[in-house]
Structure formats: C-alpha cells, structure tokens
Ligand binder design. Structure first.
Ligand SMILES: [Fe+2]
Length: 388
C-alpha cells in the first residue's frame, strides 16, 4: 500500500550541485575550494577539441592551478582505461579529479578515483557497496543531458575480457560537486540528444516503477517524465533553444536524483549486457528496450505505470488495463521514433543466436533486484527477442 511505502525508512543521497547557465565556469573556483593542488582532468578526444575544454583550461590557468589531462576514454569506458588513468594520476601526483564529458567520461573518472585510493583492480569493486575507502575529491561537468553520472551512486565500466558492462553502486562514487550547465547541451547533435534524452527517460521510468521507490524519488521521476515528453523533440529540432535545453538538463538531473536513490530495473540490466557485448550506445539500447520492458512489467505495477502514462500525456480513452498497456507500449515506440531513433535490436547486429548469451549476463546485473517483476533468464531473452 502506498501509505506503508511512504512510512518505510528511505535515505536520499546527492552531491552539492549547481544548476544553471555558466555554472561550468565555476570549476576552477571549486577546485581551489576543495584543496586542489594538481588537477587530473578526465575528458575524451571529442570534448578535448571543444570550446568547453578550452574554456576550462583558461579557467584553470587564471586560477594558477596545475593540471594533467587524461583523454583516453572510449564510449562504454573500458576496464583498462580506468587502470591507465590511475597510473597517470599517480605519476603526475594529482590530488583532485575533474571530469568534463558525458556518462562514459564521468564513469571512467569515478573508476579512476576508486582504484587510486583502494589500490586493487577495478573489477574488484563490481556490485553494491564494495568500496572501502573514499575517492579523491571529484568535480563533474556533464556535457550531455541524460546519464546523470554527475549526481549518481552508479559507475558503469566495460569488462573487456568477458564483454559485459558491470555496475559499481556505492555512496562512495557520488561526486563532491556537479556543475550542471544547460548551455553545454547546445553543442550536442540530434542523435546524441535523442539517445541521452531517452536514457534519462529510462531512468525516470525505472526509478518510479522500482520496488525501492520513495516519496522523494517519485517526485523527481514523474516531473522528469513530464519535462522530457514536453521538451525533447523541441530541444532536438531547435538545438540553440536554451529554454528547451534547460528543461532537458533539469529533467536529466531529476531523473538522476530519482534513479540514484531508487535504483533501476530490467531496461538497464538488459542494456548493460547488450552494450558491453556489442559496444553499442547506451541510450539507443535503452530507447529500444524500454517499451518492451514496460510491456513485461506493467501488470506487476499497474498503478505506477498508469501514473507514468498520465505523466507522458498519453490520451487514455479506455479503462481496460490490458488495452492501456498495449496502447502505452505502442505510444512509447512512437515517441522514440519521433525523436529520431528508428532502429531495432536487429539493426544493431543482435540476432536470436546471441540472446541466450546476453540474457545469461543480464540476469546477474544488480539492476534486476529493484525491477517490479523478478525476471528469470528466459524472460530477459524474450524481451531481447521482442525488441528485434
Ligand atoms: Fe542509463
């Protein structure tokens, strides 16, 4: 019952964050505040060539802060990149990490922080609450509107030998400061905007339907869904519309606060296995899987999915729940197509030959624990097959 859920003890963890245009320009001030002596700047090859990186360098110079740049981060950051980053952090005697980039950059920065203080291989920290010692101070400046690694208790790293992405979930990976500047989103292209926006939407859906939801996470999750349905298309069609970009950045922040505390579900367990095996964009995988996971979960959390459907503004003419479920799955497929994601898993190179392997990895992912319906391997394989 809802009343019982609201009265159960629930914690809420988040970093200090600054949201707003030009908050990115506060990076050096915060580095100095946190005692930064030599800053380890984590970014990727694309962002390193951007105006955001040049601005950051100027900012660090102006504040006379010494720094070392580590930009060897791939999409779906690899375990060996984390270990390489750790070596460079130590060789350069850094004492603070500053991440400028999307989810991959921020997750890699978190991984580097973990191994710098805990000194073992990154694989040792897979799972929930496996980190003993706190990381060095970490400041994050997200350059995409969706992953929310800048506020979350999650880091996702690619295990390259076993070809799957593993989750590290711990209060220890919450950054110290997040500088969330919607102006940066004006440089995202349409496809990246769509993928990261659909990632944020998946976070909100899964946090709201999660069996670890709370009054606080519900608030953020539902508001995030309204903002995404109201602004994602516009933010893609009008990339310099700062109002629409601002609403999407806010939606991403809200979704991050919700999922960081309520955790996720099968969309993410399936996407982690898939993204690691075929090295695919996380947001695109989520966008394809989300409608089918909703179809799978709907009956186990009917009231919650009805609230979600209302938040999306889907017209609900029928009172028959099974009709609503069918319509909602279709509505979500049309929404992802409306933002420019027209692919299926088949288009991404998935065939029925590998879905058993993917499902066997996905069943081990900790995100399943909070899914409203407890999946078996065959359920996960069926969802992959339905998404082709
Ligand atoms: Fe995600």
């Amino acid at each position: 019952m809802q009343e019982d859920i609201q009265l159960n003890p629930r914690k809420f963890v988040c970093p200090e964050y600054v949201y707003g245009v030009d908050s990115r320009l506060m990076a050096a001030t915060y580095c100095a505040k946190l005692g930064g002596r030599k800053i380890f700047v984590v970014t990727d090859a694309v962002i390193k060539e951007s105006r955001w990186f040049k601005e950051l360098e100027n900012d660090l110079h102006t504040h006379s802060l010494d720094y070392h740049v580590f930009s060897s981060v791939s999409p779906n950051p690899r375990d060996y990149e984390v270990m390489q980053g750790k070596n460079e952090y130590e060789e350069n005697k850094c004492n603070l990490i500053l991440a400028l980039g999307g989810g991959s950059v921020m997750d890699c920065a978190k991984g580097i922080g973990i191994v710098c203080t805990n000194q073992k291989d990154i694989h040792r920290y897979e799972g929930v609450d496996m980190i003993k010692k706190p990381m060095p101070p970490l400041i994050c400046i997200p350059t995409t509107g969706g992953t929310s690694a800048d506020v979350s208790q999650f880091a996702i790293i690619n295990n390259t030998s076993e070809k799957y992405k593993f989750a590290i979930i711990s209060k220890a990976v919450v950054p110290d400061i997040a500088l969330i500047d919607p102006f940066i989103l004006t440089s995202m292209d349409a496809f990246l905007s769509a993928c990261t926006g659909m990632d944020a939407l998946s976070h909100s859906f899964e946090a709201y339907a999660s069996n670890a939801n709370s009054a606080f996470t519900d608030l953020y999750a539902l508001e995030s869904i309204k903002l995404i349905f109201g602004n994602l298309q516009k933010s893609i069609e009008q990339p310099f519309n700062i109002h629409a970009r601002g609403q999407i950045m806010l939606a991403s922040l809200y979704a991050g606060l919700a999922f960081s505390n309520a955790s996720l579900g099968c969309v993410h367990s399936l996407a982690h296995s898939l993204g690691g095996f075929l090295d695919l964009p996380h947001g695109e995988c989520n966008a394809i899987l989300l409608p089918h996971v909703v179809g799978y979960n709907f009956d186990a959390a009917k009231e919650r999915y009805l609230k979600i459907a209302q938040a999306t503004n889907m017209p609900i003419a029928d009172s028959n729940p099974s009709k609503i479920k069918t319509n909602f799955v279709e509505y979500l497929i049309r929404f992802k197509e409306s933002v420019g994601i027209n692919t299926t898993l088949n288009d991404l190179g998935v065939s029925t030959d590998i879905t058993a392997t993917l499902a066997a990895k996905a069943i081990q992912d900790p995100c399943n624990a909070t899914n409203p319906r407890s999946p078996e391997i065959k359920d996960l394989q069926t969802i992959y097959n339905e998404s082709m």
